[in-house]
Ligand binder design. Sequence first.
Ligand SMILES: [Zn+2]
Length: 331
Amino acid sequence: MSDSAYGNFPKVELHLHLEGAAPPAFIRGLAKEKNIDIHRIFDDAGNYAFGNFTQFLQVYEATVETLKTPEDYHRLTLAMLEQSAVQGVIYTETFLSPDFCGGGEVAAWREFLQAIKEAADIAETRDGIIMRGIVTAVRHLGPDKAKAAALCAAETVGDWLVGFGIGGDERIGRLKDFSWSFDLAREAKLHLTAHAGEWGGPESVRDALSLGVERIGHGVRAIEDLALVDHLAENEIVLEVCPGSNIALGLYPDWQHHPIERLMERGVKVTVSTDDPPFFHTTMSYEFERLADSYGWDDDVLRTLNETATGVAFCDEPTRARLMKKLEQYQ
Ligand SMILES: [Zn+2]
């Protein structure tokens, strides 16, 4: 069990990258099995080592070098869900990239997705944790790769693969260059989210809104434009806020300077996630603990985060009802 005071507090997480949740020991084991030398990405303590966002992306892609087959992803999914369940997570929406899972080919992607879903079913039976997938294009790979990812998503949409989004290096390209992919995903009835307002300023959040997204990954730099903050609040655009990730990457110096509380006070609906937890030395329990310590948030405020997240989860209504019931039972 988690040793945090919030270990048993149920949590709903909406923003988690599957490869980014890979425990370092798991990746080291896989690298050893395959004779791949990736010692350069670890520090002396065995944690992922990087100094800035660019290096973080490089380390992330080095971990992906070890993840080549559907079986690898099956094992990764089991390891990730076990880790999340220990943190009290009852539902996790996880970003999956066809670029890493089959190179953007639909037939190969189906095999990876099947392996990931099978692992999710095992974990749900074993630990009660529910997982749903969101296909995520990798922005710095460009619009053509994103089209392939969107086609993979549209071909496999259903009650498990529920969304489409975009992550990667926000400093490269413009979101409007990806509108074809978002239009295709919308027509396929996928829910939409996009990373914005992390490395880009308020204008990047406006760009994301122009794609018709329901949620924004991060979005915290909207705080630099109060008219935009009010627009998000009025239109109930929900932010997938990952404070520990923002602080680890130096976007804000510490929790006191993070804008999550100011966004919330101005009426924006916020949720809390870990993004890539072992990279940022965080867990969902740790995030809750730091929120409580930094802002004096009591259990009622933390419950509101969960209720907001459940309300905007991309799952179907029966699943949403099950989650709401689980949250109520804990009170
Ligand atoms: Zn992210």
